[in-house]
Ligand binder design. Structure first.
Ligand SMILES: [Zn+2]
Length: 251
C-alpha cells in the first residue's frame, strides 16, 4: 500500500489518536455489555446440571425405599402364611407340648408381622420426605430452566445485534490506526493495555486528568490547550487532550 508522506501537526496527531481511542472505547463497551451474560448463562447451566443430579439421586433413593417396602410386604405375607400353616397344624397335634410349641411359633410370626408394619410405616414416612424433596427440586429446576432460557435468549439477541456493529467498529478502528503516527500509536497501545478500562487518551476534566483524576497544574493545562506537544499525565502516563479537542472529535 502506498503511503503519502505527510507532516502531521501535533494537533492532527492528537485528533487521530483520540478518534482511535473513541472507536476502541465503543468496542470495549460492547464487550462489557456481553461480558456479564455469558457468565450468568454458565452459572445457570451449572445450577440446572446440579439440580438434575440431585433429583436423580433422590429418585434412586425413592426406588431403594420402594424396593424395601415391597420386600417387607412380602415378609409380612410369608409370616401370615406361616401363621395359617401353624394354626392348621395345631388342629392335628398329639399333645399340648406340640400345641404350645406351635403357639410360640405363631406368636413369633405375629411379632414379625408387626415389625414389618412398623418398617413399612417408617419407610413410607421417609418416602414422603423424599417425594417432597424431589418436588421441591423439580420446581426449582423448572424455574432455573426458565431463567436460563431467558438469559440465553438475551445473550443471543445481544450477540446478533452487536455482531454487525462490532465488525463495523473493528474496521473503523483498523482504518483509524493507519492515520495515527507510528510512535504515538505504539504508546497508545502500550498505555491502553496497562489499564483495565482501556483508556490511553483522556481529556482534562475539571482541572484533572480524565484517567486518574489527579489535578493537572495550570501551566500544564495551558500547554495541553496549545496542542504543540504531546503531553502525558505525570501520574498515570495517559495522553492528555484538552476538553475542546475532546468535544470536537466524534466517532
Ligand atoms: Zn492521569
Amino acid at each position: 500500500m502506498a503511503t503519502v508522506a505527510k507532516d502531521f501537526s501535533i494537533e492532527e496527531k492528537l485528533a487521530a489518536v483520540l478518534s482511535l481511542q473513541k472507536i476502541d472505547s465503543k468496542i470495549d463497551s460492547l464487550q462489557t455489555l456481553k461480558g456479564e451474560l455469558p457468565m450468568e448463562v454458565k452459572d445457570l447451566e451449572d445450577d440446572v446440571e446440579g439440580l438434575q443430579t440431585r433429583i436423580n439421586n433422590v429418585e434412586q433413593e425413592i426406588n431403594t425405599i420402594n424396593e424395601y417396602i415391597a420386600a417387607r410386604r412380602e415378609a409380612k405375607k410369608d409370616a401370615e402364611a406361616l401363621i395359617a400353616k401353624y394354626e392348621k397344624q395345631q388342629e392335628n397335634v398329639k399333645n399340648s407340648r406340640e400345641f404350645e410349641a406351635l403357639s410360640k411359633e405363631i406368636e413369633m410370626q405375629h411379632l414379625e408381622m408387626r415389625l414389618c408394619d412398623k418398617n413399612i410405616r417408617d419407610a413410607q414416612t421417609e418416602l414422603q420426605e423424599r417425594e417432597h424433596l424431589k418436588l421441591q427440586n423439580e420446581n426449582l429446576l423448572e424455574a432455573k430452566r426458565e431463567m436460563l432460557a431467558q438469559k440465553q435468549q438475551e445473550l443471543k439477541k445481544i450477540i446478533s445485534e452487536t455482531e454487525a456493529e462490532e465488525k463495523e467498529l473493528e474496521e473503523r478502528s483498523n482504518h483509524a490506526k493507519d492515520t495515527v503516527d507510528k510512535r504515538l500509536f505504539e504508546a497508545y497501545e502500550r498505555i491502553r493495555k496497562s489499564y483495565k478500562n482501556g483508556l490511553a487518551v483522556v481529556p482534562v476534566q475539571r482541572d484533572s486528568c480524565g484517567g486518574c483524576f489527579n489535578t493537572i497544574p495550570p501551566q500544564r493545562q495551558t500547554e495541553i490547550m496549545q496542542r504543540k506537544k504531546i503531553i502525558v499525565c505525570e501520574h498515570c502516563g495517559r495522553i492528555l487532550v484538552d476538553a475542546d479537542l475532546n468535544d470536537s472529535v466524534t466517532v
